[in-house]
Design a protein around this ligand. Structure first.
Ligand SMILES: [Ca+2]
Length: 171
């Protein structure tokens, strides 16, 4: 076999043939390796949980999704126990309950809030609970009907009696 007859070495590897020997030798360009430079250290899928594998000359590294950690991204991140200078920083807003799970977390929202991290104050005015001439101002699990001055009426506060906390999973 001769180097120049076949495209023996893949991925721009350089082919050598030593005088007096039959076999060819490929010098691969990183991150390619193997006899004919057609494999990398990522080919065995060493990174877990949809992580991105980056091959190098003699190894690989994994870039983890934010929900996972560890050199091969196989460990769950406990999003409920992330600390910033020793202070726990919950991803759930307004002191809601955070529940960690493998690859995710969920928040149990207080009454009147919703959304994956309970940041959304449910709009209690959506059902148009106030009389026509007044203006509805959204509150937390409730609303206020505000009357124009010419009506000489006190604002009235309404409560959403059906309101309850919601549980939302972050994915
Ligand atoms: Ca988690």
């Amino acid at each position: 076999m001769k180097c120049d007859v076949f495209d023996v070495c893949k991925n721009d590897g350089i082919c050598y043939k030593f005088a007096g020997r039959d076999n060819l030798f490929c010098k691969c360009l990183p991150p390619w390796t193997g006899e004919i430079c057609n494999i990398t250290y990522c080919d065995s899928n060493p990174c877990k949980n949809s992580a991105t594998c980056v091959p190098s000359e003699d190894s690989y590294s994994c870039i983890c999704d934010s929900a996972f950690t560890g050199s091969d991204c196989s460990q769950d991140v406990d999003e409920c126990r992330v600390s910033n200078n020793g202070v726990l920083v919950s991803p759930c807003y307004y002191t809601q309950i955070c529940v960690n799970s493998f690859g995710s977390f969920s928040c149990e929202c207080h009454v009147g809030f919703e959304g994956f991290n309970c940041l959304v104050n449910i709009n209690d005015c959506l059902s148009a609970p106030c009389p026509d001439s007044s203006t509805c101002v959204d509150g937390v699990a409730g609303y206020t009907c505000v009357w124009p001055p010419e009506y000489n009426k006190q604002s009235s506060i309404g409560q959403d009696l059906d309101a309850e906390g919601s549980k939302s999973d972050y994915v």
